[in-house]
Design a protein around this ligand. Structure first.
Ligand code: ADP
Ligand code: MG
Length: 399
């Protein structure tokens, strides 16, 4: 789960990361009021949307008086911000963060990620801050400092100092940077984060260290024990398809293709998407219904996939170990009785109770295209989709 910049800043500040004074606004008037409250003579009005690259997309506006703050807020509220991370749909601005503008001497990048290879938290830092990490990795890879944290001892002061030295931080700021690194690491670990990013971490003209931007991502599987973090969820920033899935406890990722997938097991779901691509199609989603899926759960998954307007064919691929093919079949029948499907449906069942499952499908008399193997299922789904495209009618193959 992602959170907003202002929320990440509040959390990190609680752990001791220095941040500028700022305030949240839901209206232009409130934004102007926030500027007055903060004081000073220069402010930054920042769109709160779950994406990086807001600056380049016009989502960060520097203002020199209250009137400018009001104007900036007027242009930003309700706007769809399109960045390289949002896709063409963009993300709508409903909240603004107004912050005192600081005079920046230098910008650094400071990130904490889970490194799957070393199975450790890894600090990734660079003196080329302000740019996205992908950009830094492409154009200035020599500036990147990496450091892996031993979980048994946590982030040590000497290790944080090494990172600061690696960045070329001046002696006067070393201590502040070390404290920032240790505080961020603590926040990462104590709150079950999977990513913390401060970009830029700025050295100001007067020699202080400030986090000017902050991002945090949390482990969805740990949210049950972090009610305070769960509350920070902002559904307006999520793909509505994924919100619906999360609310129903399904593991779903929305994609741009036309072939809806209903699969049990994350690995099999990935393989199914690969096979669809290999057969010349594009998957509309990743969906893992999990092991031991009840008919109700399968029906839920069906309704979710069908609610996506882009879906023009559906592929159900079940390899039942813990699962039972008869349950899945019942779920399919149940779902189709409630919500008639007007797109071709391909089903491949294998494993536990497969015969019972097949019988249920046959007995239902539903127009289901059967397949014996995954390759066959993918090919049939893509062929059925292409056919229906060509004739603009659905192709029904009696089972
Ligand atoms: P994004 O990464 O989404 O573009 P940032 O919050 O990093 O958004 O802002 C973009 C740039 O704007 C920063 O790299 C920094 O140069 C500048 N900036 C952001 N906040 C402030 C601030 N409070 N004072 C001065 N400059 C700022
Ligand atoms: Mg940034």
């Amino acid at each position: 789960m992602d959170i907003h910049e202002y929320q990440a800043k509040e959390i990190l500040a609680g752990f001791g990361v220095p941040t500028p004074r700022g305030g949240l606004a839901y209206s232009p008037e409130q934004a102007a009021y926030r500027a007055r409250e903060i004081g000073g003579d220069k402010w930054v009005v920042k769109a709160q949307v779950h994406t990086g690259g807001r600056g380049k997309a016009g989502g960060i506006i520097v203002c020199e008086n209250e009137h400018e703050v009001l104007e900036a807020a007027n242009t930003l509220f309700g706007r769809k911000l399109v960045t390289h991370q949002t896709g063409p749909a963009g993300k709508t601005v409903y909240r603004l963060y107004v912050e005192g503008a600081v005079a920046i001497a230098k910008e650094y990048y400071l990130g904490f990620v889970l490194d799957r290879k070393s199975e450790r938290v890894m600090v990734v830092a660079s003196a080329a801050g302000g740019m996205e990490i992908e950009e830094i990795a492409a154009s200035k890879p020599e500036t990147i400092v990496r450091s892996v944290v031993e979980p048994a001892v946590g982030m040590q002061a000497f290790q944080a100092r090494e990172i600061a030295f690696g960045l070329g931080i001046a002696p006067a700021q070393i201590q502040q940077v070390v404290e920032t690194i240790i505080a961020s690491y603590k926040a990462f670990g104590e709150l079950d984060a999977t990513m913390v990013e401060i970009n830029p971490l700025a050295v100001t003209e007067d020699g202080s260290i400030l986090a000017l931007d902050a991002k945090m991502t949390f482990d969805d599987n740990a949210l049950y024990r972090r009610p305070d973090i769960s509350e920070l969820r902002d559904k307006s920033q999520e793909d509505p398809r994924e919100t619906r899935a999360a609310d129903r406890g399904l593991s779903y990722v929305g994609l741009d293709g036309q072939i809806g997938c209903i699969v049990n097991g994350a690995g099999l779901a990935m393989a199914t998407m690969d096979m669809i691509k290999l057969a010349g199609g594009e998957p509309a989603n990743f969906l893992d219904i999990g092991g031991g899926a009840t008919p109700e759960r399968v029906a839920k998954a069906f309704r979710l996939v069908l609610s996506d307007e882009n879906v023009q064919a559906i592929l159900v691929n079940i390899f039942a170990g813990i699962n039972r093919c008869d349950w899945v079949a019942e779920g399919i029948v149940q779902a189709l009785e409630d919500t008639p499907v007007d797109v071709p449906l391909v089903v491949r069942l294998a494993g536990t109770n497969v015969e019972e499952g097949r019988k249920i499908l046959t007995r239902s008399g539903l127009p289901i295209i059967r397949a014996a193997t995954l390759a066959e299922a993918a090919e049939r789904a893509v062929a059925a989709w292409q056919n229906s495209q060509k004739h603009n009618v659905k192709i029904v193959v009696a089972s």
